[in-house]
Design a protein around this ligand. Structure first.
Ligand code: S3P
Length: 431
C-alpha cells in the first residue's frame, strides 16, 4: 500500500494511542508462565504481538482473545508447555523471537523458530551465548547465529552471572525468562540500563527480582508466579510520532492520554525538554507497577542537541522520528553510540539517511549515528521507501505534515507491525 502524506496546518485535539507493544508481549508470556488468570486490558493487537500469541498457543498456552484489546491468559505454571507440532513463526518480531528463545531454552522439548526475511538477518548470537551457558542447545544458519533456529531445551537450567555486550531488553529478558526455572540466582549486568518491563511485571506477579542500577537478579525457581490483571499503558513509542507532529506544526496543542512513562522509556521526553519542547505531564499515576500519565504538547521553538551514551537505550525506537524533529531544530543534532540501529527491522541509520536525503535534507551518516544541522526545509515531492520498517514509515508520514510538497510512502502497511490505527489517527489530525 502506497500513501501520500500531506501537510497539516495545526493540531488541536485529544488522542489516545494503542497499548504498549513491549508490555503486551510480556503480558502474554508471563501470564502463560504464571498460575491462574491474567486479564490483559488495552492489549495491543498488532502483527508483532499476535506472533507471540500464536507461538504461545502452539506450545499449549491457554489464551483467549475476548475482544480486540482484551485477553485472558489461563496460566498453568512454568512447566505447562508442550512440544509444538510445527515450526514457530515470529514473523517480523525480534521481541517475540528473543524472549521466547529464553522460554523455550527451559522447556525439555524440541522446537524450531523462524521469521520473515528481515528477522532472518537479525543477530541471535546475543541470546544464544547466555542461553547455551544456561543449558539450552541451539542450531541455526550462519554458524548457528541466524533463524531458522532449532532449540533443544533443558529441564535443568543453570543459573548464570552474565554481562551482556549490548544494552538490550530483549537479551536481558531472555536470560531472566530462562532464569525463572533455574535453582538459584541468575544475574544480568548491562552496559547501560535497558527497558525493565519484564522485571516490573515479574515483581507484580510475585517473583523475587532485584534491580540495582544496571544489574538485575532473579531468584528461581519462580514457581509462585501469580496471574494478575494488567492494564497496558499507551505506547510512548507510538505517541512519539504525534508528539513530534504537534511540536513542529504551528499553533498546535495536543493532549495524549494514558501514556506509559516508565523511566527506561522516557528518554525521548528528556531529549525533547533539552531541545526546548513545551511538554507537560499531567495526571501521573501507577498501574500494575508501571507509571502512566497524560502528555500535553505545544508547538515549540527547538534547538539541536547531542544524543549519545547511556541515553540511547531509553529512546532507541524513537531515533527515526527524532531525525525528523532534528530537521526543525536550530543548530546541530548529533546521534551517536547508536550502532544498534543497524540491527533493527532494517538498518535504520541507512534508511533514515537515504530517505531524508530524498526529502531534500542534508544529513551526514556515521557508523553509529548521524548529524543534522537545522533548520532545513523538507521539500518532499518524492517517493520514499519504508524499507518495510514500521517506524521508518510512520516517521516519513510525520515529515509529510510540514513538507512543501506531498511525500509518497511505499509499503505503508508495515505500520501494522506496531500501530495498525496510525493512519486513522493521522487522518483525524487534519484541521
Ligand atoms: C524491545 C526492546 C528493544 C526495542 C524493541 C522492543 C522489547 O530492543 O528496540 O522494539 O520489548 O524488549 P533491544 O532491547 O534489543 O534494543
Amino acid at each position: 500500500m502506497k500513501i501520500e502524506a500531506v501537510p497539516i496546518k495545526s493540531i488541536n485535539t485529544e488522542i489516545t494511542v494503542p497499548g504498549d507493544k513491549s508490555i503486551s508481549h510480556r503480558g502474554l508470556i508471563l501470564g502463560s508462565l504464571a498460575n491462574g488468570e491474567t486479564r490483559i486490558h488495552n492489549f495491543l493487537t498488532s502483527e508483532d504481538t499476535l506472533a507471540t500469541l500464536e507461538i504461545l498457543k502452539s506450545i499449549g498456552a491457554n489464551i483467549t482473545q475476548v475482544s480486540k484489546n482484551e485477553i485472558i491468559v489461563r496460566g498453568n505454571g512454568l512447566n505447562s508447555f508442550r512440544e509444538p507440532f510445527d515450526v514457530l513463526n515470529a514473523k517480523n518480531s525480534g521481541t517475540t523471537t528473543r524472549l521466547l528463545m529464553g522460554v523455550l531454552a527451559a522447556q525439555k522439548f524440541y522446537s524450531v523458530i523462524t521469521g520473515d526475511d528481515s528477522l532472518k538477518k537479525r543477530p541471535m548470537k546475543r541470546v544464544i551465548d547466555p542461553l547455551s551457558k544456561m543449558g539450552g542447545r541451539f542450531f541455526g544458519r550462519k554458524g548457528g547465529e541466524n533463524l531458522p533456529i532449532t532449540i533443544l531445551g533443558t529441564d535443568k537450567v543453570v543459573p548464570i552471572t552474565y554481562e551482556t555486550p549490548v544494552a538490550s531488553a530483549q537479551v536481558k529478558s531472555s536470560i531472566i525468562l530462562a532464569g525463572l526455572h533455574a535453582k538459584g540466582k541468575t544475574m544480568v549486568k548491562e552496559p547501560a540500563k535497558s527497558r525493565d518491563h519484564t522485571e516490573r511485571m515479574l515483581k507484580y506477579m510475585g517473583a523475587d527480582v532485584v534491580e540495582k542500577e544496571k544489574t538485575t537478579i532473579i531468584s528461581g525457581p519462580a514457581n509462585n508466579l501469580k496471574g494478575k490483571d494488567i492494564f497496558v499503558p499507551g505506547d510512548i513509542s507510538s505517541a512519539s510520532f504525534f508528539i513530534v507532529a504537534a511540536l513542529i506544526t504551528k499553533n498546535s496543542n495536543l493532549l495524549i492520554k494514558d501514556v506509559g512513562l516508565n523511566p527506561t522509556r522516557t528518554g525521548i521526553l528528556d531529549v525533547l525538554k533539552m531541545m526546548g519542547a513545551e511538554i507537560s505531564i499531567i495526571n501521573e499515576r501507577n498501574l500494575n507497577n508501571e507509571p502512566i500519565g497524560d502528555l500535553l504538547v505545544k508547538s515549540s521553538k527547538l534547538k539541536g542537541v547531542e544524543i549519545s551514551g547511556d541515553m540511547i537505550p531509553s529512546l532507541i525506537d524513537e531515533i527515526p522520528i527524532i531525525s525528523i524533529l532534528a530537521t526543525q531544530a536550530e543548530g546541530k543534532t548529533t546521534i551517536k553510540d547508536a550502532k544498534e540501529l543497524r540491527y533493527k527491522e532494517t538498518d535504520r541509520i541507512k534508511a533514515i539517511c537515504s530517505e531524508l536525503t530524498k526529502l531534500g535534507i542534508e544529513i551526514t551518516e556515521k557508523d553509529d549515528g548521524f548529524d543534522i544541522i537545522g533548520k532545513q526545509k523538507i521539500k518532499g515531492n518524492c517517493t520514499c521507501n519504508s524499507y518495510n520498517d514500521h517506524r521508518i514509515a510512520m516517521s516519513l508520514a510525520i515529515a509529510g505534515t510540514i513538507a512543501e510538497n506531498p511525500i509518497k510512502i511505499q509499503n505503508f502497511e508495515c505500520v501494522n507491525i506496531s500501530f495498525p490505527e496510525f493512519l486513522s489517527i493521522y487522518k483525524s489530525l487534519k484541521s
